[in-house]
Design a protein around this ligand. Structure first.
Ligand code: ADP
Ligand code: ZN
Ligand code: ZN
Length: 714
């Protein structure tokens, strides 16, 4: 691999024997899997050693990699030398390297890219001396477990814990919202740490905003010295610190988002993936990995138990955890553990459906919903209103000439944000001030069509004007979404206000529906969930039900409070299709029945989890170029008779739903097989063909192409 033969090879003293080492570095080229570079070193370097090496004119971080069995290196004298070793850091262990190599291979990216992306960014910038200084810093005391008295587990929790303790897994903990899944995680971690003084646990959550609450619970149980977080909201120095603590074994518990699946954890004994169904476990750029799937792979490889948890499991995990049956004596490869009951005999919310066909036109809050909310507020209870669309209105419209607030750069509307009087594109970020008159014809009659969370917040404040809390003070409405929480710490302080009871009605997007352990919310309403019913994405019903069940799960979580209030909690759904299967499943809280029906459809249509998919996406200046590239790559695959092709279906290219973003036209092509190995074999063989196709002059206009294995949205 001659790429590193620079013009200026480091002079090599001839008297010492030189060792050749293979180093994984992040080369910018889309060079496929085989991207280890050869360097020399005066001493042998163990695989996993972190080094700095020259690359072109720069010096970059690299990881010494296991020499391929058939390595045939150039003569050491033609190679450049390793510039320095990051002293004091134990080499990254073999399981970590296997994980990285697998992820690179499976998701069709280069090894160096995945390896380097898995390391904290600051490690790249630190000189060896700076690192040595950091490593010398006194460590915070670990291992002092707090003696908080343990709560007694419910019978369901106890039996789940016993299974996890004695069985091999992987486990799917199918527990209702409020069934105490987190307590099971805590107890399993505790069991593990008690068993071995060096064991480590990795606990993943889908969203950064869920980490602080979880961190609090873990720190209260295990002490601050044992727990570190790892997520993208941290500063680089914080991330490095957490990473080092995990790598050295000092941190016994790592809490994090999807990126944490790549943490170096030499003592890894347990991986928990909370809300395993959540789409945020899938990375959407670079290596498009699924942290959940990698967690299962890593656990098996490293001998760590894996515990996936959800009240609404992904159909993939649901199917994988099917119990053995007469015509399927094997059953799935996961073990399903059920916790159907809420803690303290709390009830799941009663579902109330409002048929919007019988409401006056343009009703946003139906009269019965409003009355129910008013009653709750008057009793001092909290309500939550869910609308998965931020901004004031999704589009502005001129009633005279038909002008719409289209984004000039995308095939999407610019969203009207009233608070800062802007029109903003949520795809490319392009923003302008709201025009006073129609840019098309000058008419002043421009109206907002549809509604977003900003508008709901405003309307609720008006509709509930005059409603009083038990102490006579006026009602308070608050909103939590990506706009209200842009400032650092904003989300935490807004959530704290809700927990403190300073807010009566919380309006928000899916951000408020997930995971939070609210104690005084007794009513949750989805005011406009219909949009998702008619999406072309075959996963849309599954997604919608998960979101609604999660949202419903925020109501009535505290049995004692509900008893004291003497009320039952409710989930309201306003819909023009109130009889739809998704709402029916929500009403009966019958996820298994819904999953069974969906899986039947998927099986009949040969869709995941009964088929395996990959998308190849092409971005170009024109749709013709994007699709032309995909068509050419497809023909080339056929012409080469690539392996696996007999079991793989290549579909024709199509534009993406949002076809143009930031002036770039996007197209994609679905690749499908009923055999995962065949699909993998085909993709690996196709990679260089795609690369070669891209280099042909007729595809010059191509901006980029990428492969998404196991895509979540089609
Ligand atoms: P889930 O994650 O399943 O939605 P949580 O783990 O957040 O549920 O538990 C819901 C609430 O019940 C939390 O406030 C938690 O502290 C409490 N809880 C959990 N297990 C028990 C238990 N065995 N006894 C009493 N309270 C519990
Ligand atoms: Zn106009
Ligand atoms: Zn745009």
């Amino acid at each position: 691999m001659p790429e590193n033969q620079g013009a200026d090879p480091t002079p090599v003293p001839v008297t010492h024997p030189l060792h050749t080492v293979q180093v994984a570095v992040n080369t910018p080229s889309h060079s496929g899997v085989d991207d280890l570079l050869d360097y020399t070193s005066p001493q042998p370097l163990a695989p996993g050693t972190l080094v700095r090496v020259p690359l072109g004119r720069r010096e970059v971080l690299g990881v010494v990699w296991d020499a391929p069995a058939s390595a045939q290196s150039a003569s050491p004298h033609q190679l450049r030398a390793v510039a320095g070793v990051l002293e004091g850091l134990a080499p990254l262990d073999a399981p970590w390297r296997r994980l990285v190599a697998f992820a690179a291979r499976y998701y069709q990216r280069s090894l160096g890219e995945v390896a380097l992306a898995a390391l904290p960014p600051q490690l790249r910038d630190l000189q060896p001396e700076q690192l040595a200084r950091r490593l010398r810093r006194p460590r915070t005391q670990g291992d002092t477990f707090n003696a908080t008295p343990l709560i007694a587990l419910s019978a369901e929790q106890e039996s789940a814990r016993a299974e996890i303790d004695t069985q091999k897994g992987p486990f799917l903990l199918f527990g209702s919202t409020g069934s105490g899944k987190t307590e099971v995680y805590l107890r399993c971690v505790q069991d593990l740490l008690a068993r071995s003084p060096t064991a480590q646990a990795l606990v993943m959550v889908p969203e950064i905003n869920l980490t602080p609450q979880l961190e609090e619970r873990f720190v209260a149980r295990f002490g601050a010295g044992s727990v570190v977080s790892l997520h993208s909201g941290m500063t680089n120095p914080q991330r490095l610190k957490s990473w080092l603590a995990a790598h050295s074994g000092q941190a016994r518990i790592v809490l994090g988002t999807r990126m944490a699946v790549f943490a170096s954890l030499p003592g890894l004994g347990l991986i928990v993936v909370d809300e395993e169904h959540d789409p945020s476990y899938k990375q959407q750029e670079g290596a498009r990995y699924s942290a959940r799937d990698l967690a299962v792979w890593r656990g098996r490889e490293q001998g760590a138990k894996v515990l996936l948890g959800s009240a609404t499991p992904s159909l993939e995990s649901w199917h994988a955890s099917r119990p053995p049956s007469a015509d399927d004596p094997e059953g799935g490869r996961y073990q399903r553990l059920a916790m159907p009951s809420r803690i303290g005999a709390a009830q799941l919310p009663r579902v109330r459906r409002v048929d919007m066909n019988h409401q006056p036109r343009r009703t946003v809050f139906s009269a019965p919903l409003l009355a129910a909310m008013t009653e709750r507020i008057a009793r001092g209870e909290q309500c939550m209103v869910l609308l998965n669309r931020r901004g004031y209105a999704p589009v502005l419209h001129c009633q005279d000439c038909g002008w719409k607030s289209d984004c000039p750069h995308c095939s999407a509307h610019q969203v009207f944000h009233k608070l800062d009087r802007s029109l903003r594109c949520h795809h490319c970020g392009f923003a302008v001030r709201v025009p006073r008159a129609c840019p098309g014809c000058g008419s002043p009659d421009i109206v907002a069509l549809g509604r977003g969370t900003e508008q709901l917040e405003e309307q609720l404040a008006t509709l509930l004007d005059g409603v009083q809390r038990p102490d006579g003070s006026p009602v308070r409405v608050a909103r939590i979404d990506a706009d209200s929480t842009r400032a650092k710490g904003a989300l935490q302080s807004q959530l704290a206000q809700v927990h403190a009871g300073e807010v009566d009605v919380l309006v928000g997007t899916q951000m408020i529906a997930k995971g939070h352990d609210f104690r005084r919310i007794t009513l949750v309403a989805a005011v406009q969930p219909d949009g998702a019913l008619f999406s072309s994405d075959f996963r849309a019903p599954e997604r919608l039900l998960a979101l609604l069940m999660q949202a419903a799960g925020r109501a009535g979580r505290d049995a004692a409070y509900m008893a004291a209030q003497g009320t039952q909690c409710e989930m309201w759904v306003q819909s023009f299709h109130p009889g739809h299967a998704v709402f029916e499943a929500l009403r009966t809280h019958d996820y298994p029945a819904f999953a069974a029906q969906q899986l039947k459809e998927r099986e009949e249509a040969a869709m995941p989890p009964f088929a395996f998919q990959a998308l190849v996406r092409a971005d170009a200046r024109t749709q013709e170029v994007a699709q032309g590239f995909l068509r050419a790559a497809s023909s080339a695959a056929q012409a080469h008779g690539l392996p696996g092709l007999d079991q793989v279906t290549l579909y024709p290219p199509v534009p993406l739903t949002i076809q143009r973003v930031a002036q770039v036209e996007r197209a994609q092509m679905l690749v499908e097989s009923s055999n995962r190995t065949a699909l993998q074999r085909f993709l690996a063989a196709w990679q260089p063909v795609l690369q070669a196709t891209r280099n042909q002059p007729e595809h010059k206009g191509l901006v980029r192409w990428l492969v998404d294995v196991d895509p979540l949205a089609i």
